[in-house]
Design a protein around this ligand. Structure first.
Ligand code: BEZ
Length: 218
């Protein structure tokens, strides 16, 4: 049984506080904000246990868990399945694929969390969650939402890139351009006055393409 706290009306959006909830998980009962603490969290839903695409996704999240952990990102999965089903699937994955799913899986049988987070898209199915991802920052703000349909697995490299981009942008007051990856140049906020434009033109280490587009290496 899950309970989800209403903090905003409708589906959560970027910039909203991630709704808090309590839930039954493979790690026992869990209160989301308390479990998350001041880490980042990547809350993801999958359509159903013992299904092929979901299995590949869960395995890849598990293989990359240490990398997410090094970036202070806690992983947590969810589907509308029982905790017994989650535990049996987890054991099957360990036996057949040699992968240990060590992050918690939420058993959202009453769909309370799925509904609150807008993870059920009736056009895709009214009793399953789509492949949703919520990337939540240390202050519990939703920073990115990603939705994939039932028949296409997510790209974990892209989710890792999203974490890198948000953390880099936050830590350096910059933005990340198209196809940016860690180590690439970042975008510097545009100057706001003519003097700042003049200063920017002679600034060392900044590539100024025009007044509104400057890049630099970190
Ligand atoms: C899958 O994970 O393979 C899957 C799950 C639900 C619907 C279609 C595919």
């Amino acid at each position: 049984m899950s309970t989800a706290t209403e903090t905003t009306y409708g589906m959560p959006r970027i910039g909203d506080v991630a709704p808090d909830f309590t839930a039954t998980t493979t790690h026992g009962p869990l209160s989301f904000h308390k479990w998350k603490g001041d880490s980042w969290a990547l809350l993801f839903s999958h359509p159903a246990d013992f299904t092929p695409v979901c299995t590949t996704e869960l395995c890849e999240f598990a293989r990359r868990a240490a990398e997410f952990g090094a970036k202070k990102v806690k992983l947590i999965g969810l589907s509308i399945d029982s905790v017994h089903s989650h535990l049996a699937w987890r054991e099957n994955i360990r036996e057949k694929m040699g992968v240990s799913i060590d992050y918690p899986l939420i058993a959202d049988l009453d769909m309370a969390v799925a509904r609150r987070y807008g993870m059920i898209h009736p056009g895709e199915g009214s009793t399953v969650t789509v492949r949703a991802v919520f990337l939540i920052d240390p202050k519990n703000t939703i920073r990115a939402l990603v939705y994939y349909p039932l028949n296409t697995g997510r790209n974990i490299d892209e989710l890792m890139r999203l974490v890198d981009a948000l953390q880099t942008a936050d830590g350096n007051a910059v933005a990340c351009p198209v196809n940016w990856k860690k180590g690439d140049k970042v975008i510097v906020p545009p100057p706001r006055t003519e003097q700042e434009v003049a200063d920017r033109k002679v600034m060392k280490g900044i590539e100024m393409i025009d007044f509104y587009l400057s890049k630099k290496s970190l």
